[in-house]
Design a protein. Structure first.
Length: 93
């Protein structure tokens, strides 16, 4: 496989992961809006909790990426702390 093909494959995989994460965030926003009018069941509360944790995990990862040399540091950080990635970006998700 050439580097160009590998790069396209990685972009496609991460595009799907990003779409999944955005869909989960959209669902969480809908549940938060629903919570202003009615009470949520335990499953809905758990979905909101998981999504808010994912958002909190993404912020440090993006901050590291924005640092000078962060593009090189972030993969090392992910190897050391694999739980730093949002659920949609984990390999088992």
């Amino acid at each position: 496989m050439t580097t160009k093909e590998e790069f396209k494959e990685i972009l496609e995989k991460n595009k799907k992961r990003l779409a999944k994460e955005l869909a989960q965030s959209k669902e969480a926003v809908g549940l938060i809006k629903k919570a202003t009018h009615t009470s949520l069941d335990d499953d809905e509360k758990e979905k909101i909790k998981e999504q808010l944790l994912d958002i909190c995990k993404a912020i440090p990862a993006f901050a590291v990426f924005l640092l000078p040399g962060g593009a090189l540091l972030l993969p090392l950080l992910i190897k050391l702390i694999p739980d730093i990635l949002p659920s949609a970006f984990r390999e088992d998700a």
